[in-house]
Design a protein around this ligand. Structure first.
Ligand SMILES: NC(=O)c1ccc[n+]([C@@H]2O[C@H](COP(=O)([O-])OP(=O)(O)OC[C@H]3O[C@@H](n4cnc5c(N)ncnc54)[C@H](OP(=O)(O)O)[C@@H]3O)[C@@H](O)[C@H]2O)c1
Length: 248
C-alpha cells in the first residue's frame, strides 16, 4: 500500500509525508530537486521512494503516469500538493509563467488523478490542495485563484463520480510557508488568519476520513467561505482589492 505525494519537499508536502509514512509501505515522494528528495529520505527512512519529476514538463508527468500504470501499486493516498503562485496582474506575467502555473496547479493534478484512480481500492483518498482563494475571483492573484477554483470544482465532481474513493479539495487560507512573500512594494505583508502547515494537514486528513469533499481548516476561513457565498462577488472583489492595494 502506498501514498503518492507531489510537492513532498515543500512545507505542506512534508507535513503529509510525516503523517502518512507510518500508515503505508511506501511514500512516493514526487519532487523536482534530487537533493531535497534525498534529504527527505534521510529524515524519514527507507519507506520514502524519491520520484524526480518537474510537473511543468509534460514528459515528466506522462512518465510518472506510465510508471503508475506499469507498477500497478495499491494506492491508498494521492496528495496533489505541488503548486506555484505567481502574484500580480495577468498582463505582468510571462507566457511561460502562465503556462507553467496552469500545468503544475491543474494539469498535472488532473492527469495524476486519472492515472491513479484505477489503482485505488475502496476506502482510499485523493487530496487535492486547492486554496480558499478558490471561493471567489481575486484580482491580482487572478491566475492562482482561478487555477485553484478549477481544482475545487474538479475535485468535488470527481468525488461524486468515484464512489469508494474519497476526494477532498483542501482549501486553506494563508499558510505560513515559503510560498508567501514576506515583503511587497516596500511593505511587510500581513496575512490575516494565517495558520501553520501542520494544522492544515491535520485537519485535511481528519476531514477526508470523515468523507468531506472540501476541507477548510480554520473558523476564520470557513466564515470567509460563507461570506463569499452570500455576498455579490463584485463587492467581495472590491473589498479584496482595497485590502491589498498597497502591496501592488
Ligand atoms: N502557503 C499558502 O498560503 C497556501 C495557501 C493555500 C494553498 N496553498 C497550496 O499548498 C500547496 C503547497 O504549497 P506550500 O505553501 O507548502 O509551498 P512550498 O513550500 O513552496 O511547496 C510547494 C511545492 O511544490 C513544488 N513544486 C513547485 N514547482 C514544481 C514543479 N515544476 N514540479 C514539481 N514540483 C514543484 C515545490 O518543489 P521545490 O521544493 O522543488 O520548490 C514544493 O515542494 C500548493 O499547492 C499551494 O498552492 C498554499
Amino acid at each position: 500500500m502506498i501514498a503518492i505525494i507531489t510537492g513532498a519537499t515543500g512545507d505542506i508536502g512534508e507535513e503529509f509525508v510525516k503523517r502518512l509514512v507510518s500508515e503505508v509501505d511506501q511514500v512516493w515522494a514526487v519532487g523536482r530537486s534530487e537533493n531535497k528528495l534525498d534529504s527527505l529520505k534521510e529524515r524519514y527512512g527507507g519507506k520514502i521512494v524519491p520520484v524526480k519529476a518537474d510537473l511543468s514538463e509534460k514528459d515528466d508527468v506522462f512518465a510518472l503516469c506510465r510508471k503508475i500504470e506499469e507498477e500497478k501499486p495499491d494506492i491508498r493516498y494521492l496528495v496533489n500538493n505541488a503548486g506555484v503562485a505567481k502574484f500580480g496582474r495577468v498582463s505582468g506575467l510571462s507566457l511561460e509563467e502562465i503556462s507553467d502555473m496552469l500545468d503544475i496547479n491543474d494539469k498535472a493534478a488532473t492527469l495524476l488523478c486519472r492515472a491513479c484512480i484505477p489503482f485505488m481500492a475502496e476506502g482510499s483518498y485523493i487530496l487535492n490542495i486547492a486554496s480558499a482563494s478558490a471561493f471567489q475571483p481575486n484580482p491580482y492573484i487572478t491566475l492562482y485563484s482561478a487555477s485553484k477554483a478549477y481544482l475545487l470544482s474538479f475535485t468535488r465532481s470527481l468525488n461524486v463520480e468515484n464512489e469508494g474513493i474519497n476526494c477532498t479539495a483542501v482549501c486553506p487560507g494563508w499558510v505560513d510557508t515559503k510560498m508567501l512573500p514576506k515583503n511587497s512594494n516596500g511593505y511587510k505583508v500581513k496575512y490575516p488568519g494565517i495558520v501553520p502547515a501542520a494544522r492544515v494537514v491535520d485537519s485535511a486528513l481528519k476531514d477526508c476520513r470523515r468523507g468531506k469533499d472540501v476541507s477548510v481548516c480554520s473558523f476564520y476561513y470557513r466564515y470567509m467561505r460563507f461570506l463569499s457565498k452570500v455576498t455579490p462577488h463584485k463587492l467581495v472583489m472590491k473589498i479584496w482589492v482595497g485590502m491589498i492595494r498597497k502591496y501592488i
